[in-house]
Design a protein around this ligand. Structure first.
Ligand code: NAP
Length: 308
């Protein structure tokens, strides 16, 4: 059987993905026809999907799965026209990228690196050791767990918070409303790696920011909607929150007139924390096609009810 795969991402993405997908499908032993256009939706077996590219999934009557190239699926998970199974991107390269981004920005805050950049005076401020620095990671999924473990490996005192209770060696695992209170109260550095769902939207708000220690830092490579922007700015301006590093925003690219750009206590990065890389992501896609064609369950299936 030859699988018909429709790549929905448009020409620029197709240029990057065509070669790696063909190689990965061949290596996985999958016979497939790949196309960036879709003359007959009923003939499509799999959609390799980028957000915002398919307004209606109804015509794909025989599709066996929608395979997202993104880890976050908030723009598609509630789509009523999507009746096909939805798998999201879980990929070692994505995880490695996120670990590097989070570790780098945590170390920036921990070591107080900004204080020394461009300094001309002998301002001897010795940072504490990592073991005396409390970091909290909200979200203990693929990315949050990897980041928490990497930080714990550097001896940071790490807590993590998730929807369901967890046990991860070396991490203080918290869940539930009381767990969130505890997670925030200890967070000298707070890392947001939650998905965007109705439950997580604005989880960083005036009340939760007020629970964090004076001078704390927030790093958000999760989703922009996790943060109430006005509350974040108010907390920074009031001198409670010390600094924020933000990689994701409600509107991307972040508009030129947005106050985050010019704010002295905000660092903006342009959604680069963990990029989906064509070669490794293609292997993940090919493996899922192989599994489905062999009657095996798909990997990384999205829980539509939970929203991630
Ligand atoms: P994941 O494996 O699905 O993990 C999500 C985590 O969030 C899980 O631990 C989950 O708890 C927790 N969670 C969800 N809803 C919650 C709630 N209401 N209360 C408490 N915890 C909750 O996702 P992932 O692969 O780690 O990715 C996380 C997010 O990172 C993605 O959704 C995406 O938005 C973002 N991301 C950003 C970039 C970037 O470049 N900036 C790149 C990739 C991904 P359970 O463990 O109990 O399920």
């Amino acid at each position: 059987m030859t699988a018909n795969i429709y790549f929905t991402g448009g020409h620029e993405a197709w240029r990057r993905y065509k070669g790696p997908l063909l190689v990965a499908l061949k290596q996985a032993g999958v016979a497939a026809v790949l196309s960036p256009t879709c003359p007959d939706p009923a003939a499509v077996d799999y959609l390799v999907y980028l957000p915002g590219t398919v307004p209606d999934f109804t015509p794909f009557t025989n599709a066996k799965a929608v395979l997202s190239l993104w880890a976050g699926v908030e723009t598609i998970v509630g789509d009523k026209t999507l009746t096909q199974p939805l798998a999201r991107m879980v990929d070692d390269s994505l995880t490695e990228g996120m670990v590097e981004y989070v570790t780098g920005h945590v170390l920036r805050y921990h070591l107080g690196i900004d204080r020394f950049i461009g300094a001309t005076g002998w301002n001897k401020v010795v940072p504490p050791l990592a073991r005396d620095r409390k970091v909290t990671v909200l979200g203990l999924g693929q990315l949050g767990t990897a980041c928490a473990q990497a930080l714990a490996g550097l001896r940071f005192d790490v807590a993590g918070w998730s929807r369901r209770p967890k046990e991860i060696e070396g991490i203080t695992c918290l869940s539930g409303a009381d767990g969130l209170d505890e997670a925030l109260a200890r967070a000298e550095i707070l890392v947001l790696l939650l998905p965007r769902t109705p439950e997580t939207e604005n989880i960083v708000n005036a009340a939760t920011l007020a629970r964090m220690p004076q001078g704390a830092a927030v790093i958000n490579p999760g989703r922009g909607a996790l943060v109430d922007e006005a509350a974040l700015l108010a907390s920074l301006d009031a001198g409670h929150l010390g600094h924020a590093t933000l990689d994701v925003f409600r509107t991307e690219p972040l508009p030129a007139e947005h106050p985050f750009w010019a704010h002295p206590k905000v660092t903006v990065t342009p959604h680069i924390a963990a990029e989906t890389r064509a070669a490794s992501a293609s292997r993940v896609i090919a493996e899922n096609v192989r599994r489905c064609e062999s009657g095996l369950p798909l990997l990384n299936l999205v829980d539509r009810a939970a929203g991630y």
